[in-house]
Design a protein around this ligand. Sequence first.
Ligand code: MG
Ligand code: MG
Length: 257
Amino acid sequence: MIYLKTKEEIELLRENNLLVSRALAEVGRHIKPGVTTRELDAIADAFIRANGAIPAFLGYQGYPAASTVSVNEQVVHGIPSDYVIKSGDIVSVDLGTFMKGFVGDSAYTFTVGEVSDEVRQLLDVTKEALRRGAAQAVVGNRVGDISAAVQDYAESFGYGVVRELEGHGLGRKMHEEPGVPNYGARGRGPLLREGMVICIEPMITMGSRHIVFERDGWTVRTRDRKPAAHFEWAVAVGHGAPDILTDFSIIEEAINA
Ligand code: MG
Ligand code: MG
């Protein structure tokens, strides 16, 4: 069942995802060598609550924190811990809000200090794959148009596209239909209609696409332990152009300040 949203409901989803963007910016400002991922999570939790929302990840299927913080070979769902961030790391932060009956969910991969050119390219390509996928989120297209745009761009650089995890519909619940895979064929899958809101979230690996689920029950890492990047936008399907509900410019202004 795909829930179509009214214009008013889309505005509530925008409010949530702007708050997520601001929370990611706040976390990003604090990502420096010497900080632990648990300290970053505490910043996310406090910021979300101070702005009138509840951390949507906390307690989700028993998840123990407000954010997921995934470092280097961790792809997604890293549990905040005593790990101390160091120069050269990449840190993927994913977090969610629940406010006014709706959910926000977006993610960004940050660099720490000096990272290699090849890691920098992995991040740039993953973000561009997201942008190309989102550009397909228009009325009359199908989910497969998004999937293929992401896959084709990422694979043209020889990167791996994680298949076991995917984007999703977003609304009153964090995970609604339809699923939005990061691989697939143009013209296939559910039709995109006005009122649909989806999260597009490429998870792209520098080496093989294969992943391992760690024994903590959450953390997903690359099998070959090469780095992975993850960027996520909430997007309302639009006429002719997508309506992007997440705002990375807030994050990038904060980390470049
Ligand atoms: Mg997310
Ligand atoms: Mg998501």
